[in-house]
Design a protein around this ligand. Structure first.
Ligand SMILES: Nc1ncnc2c1ncn2[C@@H]1O[C@H](COP(=O)(O)OP(=O)(O)OP(=O)(O)O)[C@@H](O)[C@H]1O
Length: 299
């Protein structure tokens, strides 16, 4: 079951929001869809869901085009949460479940299990307007997964949640993936994507600027991070050949270096200066990669 986007373009009048985007989203995986504000993520999601027509290109799920008949196969957590404030959790989730082909009894069993799992069983008969924003989001998440979709699209699923609820939701999402759901999610929090996704795409002005397995993306970036903790001044490394960025931290410094070889040079330059507690070569973070690929053109 693959989600395939082939040369997809969306124009709003003169403005191109998504520009010849091709993606193959692997099955039963979690795929990270990243990009700055206005990059085109939500527009892409809406096209995948059939809520917006593509201007050019094709989108298919499992070899078939996606349309309203397939809505029971897809779950969507939109960026703008949209529950009915005056309805109870039970009434609206059961209603939404029925719209996607579930029996009332079936939807109720699922809802009960999800409320328990997300540690809010007492909300079954509460009106949505009585819940906090974060708890409303959990209910909205349940509305996206109640019918056990094959494909789940989550637009910023963790925004506005406290750390405990982020973990709860992450675990739920990982379990869904393990049960065979294909998941695409967007986030501005790179650490979440790093933790959850094997594959990702960074979109910039509607174009994919980085795409592929996270491990390959990190390796091909070339630059590395070097963390040094020492009891002597390290400021001389600011000007050291191959050092791109120097950041002072409490116990030493964190450097961005051009490549691995620079760490060898630095390693040979340190002995005799004092005690070194830590000398650690690290992969670049996704944050570093995002800032470099997208950040420069923000100014
Ligand atoms: N209905 C619309 N009419 C006109 N322009 C639109 C419409 N929807 C989106 N756009 C434009 O398309 C571009 C992409 O918007 P989109 O909402 O897809 O970005 P995004 O990546 O989801 O951003 P964010 O992270 O801020 O949510 C933006 O420039 C936006 O102004």
């Amino acid at each position: 079951m693959t989600l395939l986007l082939k040369d997809v373009t969306k124009r709003f009048g003169q403005h191109t929001a998504v520009d010849h985007l091709s993606l193959e989203i692997p099955t039963q995986e979690m795929f990270g869809f990243l990009g700055g504000n206005g990059a085109g993520k939500t527009t892409t999601f809406r096209m995948i869901l059939g809520l917006l027509d593509v201007t050019e290109g094709e989108i298919s799920w499992n070899g078939d085009t996606i349309n309203y008949d397939k809505s029971h196969l897809i779950g969507y957590l939109p960026e703008e949460r949209g529950l009915y404030p005056k309805l109870t959790v039970k009434d609206q989730i059961v209603y939404l479940g029925k719209l996607r082909g579930m029996k009332k009894s079936e939807a109720l069993v699922e809802l009960e299990a999800w409320l328990k799992r997300l540690k809010v069983p007492e909300y079954m008969n509460k009106k949505v307007e009585e819940l906090s924003k974060g708890n409303q989001q959990k209910i909205q998440f349940i509305s996206a997964v109640i019918h056990k979709p094959e494909l789940l699209i989550l637009d910023e699923p963790f925004s506005g949640l406290d750390p405990i609820n982020v973990e709860l939701l992450k675990e739920a999402v990982v379990d869904l993936k393990e049960q065979g759901t294909s998941i695409v999610f967007s986030s501005h929090q790179m650490d979440h994507v790093e933790e959850l996704c094997k594959h990702l795409c960074i979109l910039h002005k509607g174009n994919p600027v980085v795409q592929g397995p996270l491990r390959d993306i990190k390796q091909s970036f070339g630059k590395k991070n070097l963390v040094i903790h020492a009891d002597f001044p390290l400021e001389f490394l600011k000007e050291y050949p191959g050092v791109i960025r120097y950041k002072k931290v409490m116990e030493g410094c964190e450097l961005q270096i051009e490549n691995e070889a620079v760490s060898q040079d630095i390693f040979t330059a340190l002995p005799g200066k004092g005690f070194i507690r830590k000398f650690d070569l690290e992969e670049p973070s996704l944050n570093d990669i995002f800032i470099e690929k997208v950040g420069a053109s923000y100014e």
